[in-house]
Design a protein around this ligand. Structure first.
Ligand code: 4AD
Ligand code: MG
Length: 477
């Protein structure tokens, strides 16, 4: 007998054959129609039972959420909504699901409720579609880099250096918090800690990726990164996954080309391979938007938005141009922004980024050549002495999706920058070595994977695109 997934059965023309399927009950209607789902597709397979031939006590156990093993004949469906269905011969309840307590009953649930039941939320259409898309996008990431000659590198998760100089890191220690060993001045003596020094969870694999770019040429990391910032927004997680390519002999223009090509490729991949899930999510969003006043509805639906990104060039704009646009913008003049842009040098807030992509350019925007003062120490200083070869890619509805730069490859310039920022050379001796031995132009970027998943699924909250979100005051599951 054929043991297949629901996806396989539904895509089959060959009917009238004996099949065997296992899955979870979504609904059981009229004591006759079981909608069974096994996670392989957004669609259910309809299993038709002739209740007269089955024990009533057994059918009572066919409740939403129960695990079943069904065998029967695959036939052309009599009803609407599906091409094939199973006429059930045998039915076994593998695992019961008490209808009194099972939280995911077939009705509309709020995303807040489903977050509290994150261990069961992938039994809903929306979350199963989102997580299949997340999986597909991850595969597309590896496929793209593999096909373009990149080596996949695993950068360490525990690190002794603070790459971004941000200071918002989670400490890694196995010292007794109540009674740590102390130095004479009363400070904690980390020499006695596990690694013999202070260590943290990494905020980025970039610095280590640079070392491999300067030998393997083209590399990328794709792993978890951690930030202990107290940002309770719909776009921040304390634990998120970052994709970071790093390429030797590539300048900032090449970096922009790579980022754009990469994003178009992975989004193109899901357009091709995740049609049904995208169509489901698209319809979900359109239904939700129908409740909004016309003016607040988006001009493009989800699939159109993704296609638009795949088919159109990103707009490339220098920071200086962007500041001019913002200074002269309506919300700035009418003091509608929370932070009014008055002069060159200001850090852009998400309200400014969103104005640029959503109101002004209405497409993804690559902002480049930022003031050195608002960017990280490792970015390549331009000849003007005040801007660096940085780039941020901003997306409609998301804001910052990518942050990257050409790296400072000149030893003396880098040392001076570190000195100005009090970054000790001893801590980054190995990073400086790259500039001593065979230094060269090189560049890379970091893409926040969850923000990409948000864009590809149309989900509005980053907590709904990662299985178990870690945010301030929340690490359940
Ligand atoms: O701009 P960021 O901080 O850049 C870096 O970490 C560089 N070292 C990357 C590199 O050049 N290799 O972070 C990169 C991206 C952001 O653009 C954003 O998409 C995402 O990571 N990101 C977050 N995503 C979710 N939650 C957070 N708290 C995030 N912080 C950054
Ligand atoms: Mg950034």
């Amino acid at each position: 007998m054929n043991s297949k997934t629901v996806a396989q059965l539904l895509s089959q023309d060959v009917t009238l054959q004996d099949v065997s399927i296992k899955g979870w009950v979504r609904t059981f209607r009229a004591n006759r129609f079981i909608a069974l789902n096994d996670g392989s597709t957004i669609n259910n397979i309809q299993c038709v039972v002739d209740f007269e031939n089955f024990d009533e006590a057994l059918l009572k156990r066919v409740t939403t959420g129960a695990a079943l093993h069904v065998t029967g004949e695959l036939v052309e469906s009599q009803g609407k909504g599906q091409s094939v269905e199973i006429v059930v011969k045998t039915l076994e309840v593998l695992g019961d699901s008490d209808p009194e307590t099972y939280p995911i009953q077939p009705k509309k649930h709020s995303f807040e409720f489903l977050r509290e039941n994150a261990h069961l939320r992938t039994r809903t259409n929306t979350f199963s579609a989102v997580m299949r898309l997340r999986s597909s996008l991850s595969f597309a990431v590896h496929k793209y880099f593999n096909e373009n000659g990149f080596n996949y590198m695993h950068t360490p998760i525990i690190t002794g250096s603070d790459a971004e100089g941000a200071g918002e890191m989670f400490k890694v220690s196995n010292l007794d918090a109540k009674n740590p060993p102390l130095n004479e001045d009363g400070s904690v003596n980390y020499k006695e800690d596990f690694f013999g020094k202070e260590t943290n969870l990494t905020v980025s694999g970039q610095l280590e990726a640079e070392t491999y770019a300067m030998s393997l040429g083209k590399v990328y990391t794709f792993g978890p990164t951690f930030r202990a910032e107290n940002s309770n927004t719909t776009r921040h997680l304390a634990e998120f996954w970052m994709i970071e390519p790093e390429v030797a002999f590539m300048d900032l223009a090449g970096n922009m080309d790579l980022a754009e090509d990469f994003m178009k490729s992975v989004l193109g991949y899901v357009l091709e391979h995740n049609k049904e899930d995208l169509e489901f999510l698209d319809k979900r969003l359109q239904d939700a938007e129908k409740k909004l006043p016309q003016a607040e509805r988006s001009p493009m639906n989800l699939i159109e938005k993704i296609k638009f990104v795949v088919d159109n060039n990103f707009k490339r704009v220098s920071y200086t141009e962007a500041i001019d646009i913002l200074k002269n913008s309506k919300p700035n003049k009418k003091k509608k922004f929370n932070y009014i842009i008055t002069e060159w040098g200001a850090d852009l807030q998400s309200e400014h980024e969103r104005f640029l992509v959503e109101k002004h350019f209405k497409c993804p925007v690559i902002l480049f050549d930022y003031p050195a003062d608002i960017k990280a120490f490792y970015m390549r200083l331009n000849d003007d002495g005040k801007t660096v070869r940085a780039m941020d890619i901003l997306f409609p509805g998301i804001g910052e999706m990518v942050g990257g730069s050409q790296r400072e490859e000149r030893l003396e310039v880098l040392k001076e920058k570190m000195k100005a920022l009090d970054i000790p050379e001893e801590e980054l001796w190995w990073y400086l070595d790259l500039r001593k031995y065979g230094t060269a132009v090189h560049s890379g970027f970091g893409l926040g994977f969850e923000r990409l998943v948000m864009f590809a699924t149309g989900m509005g909250n980053i907590r709904d695109v990662i299985p178990y979100p870690r945010t301030p005051q929340n690490a359940e599951f």
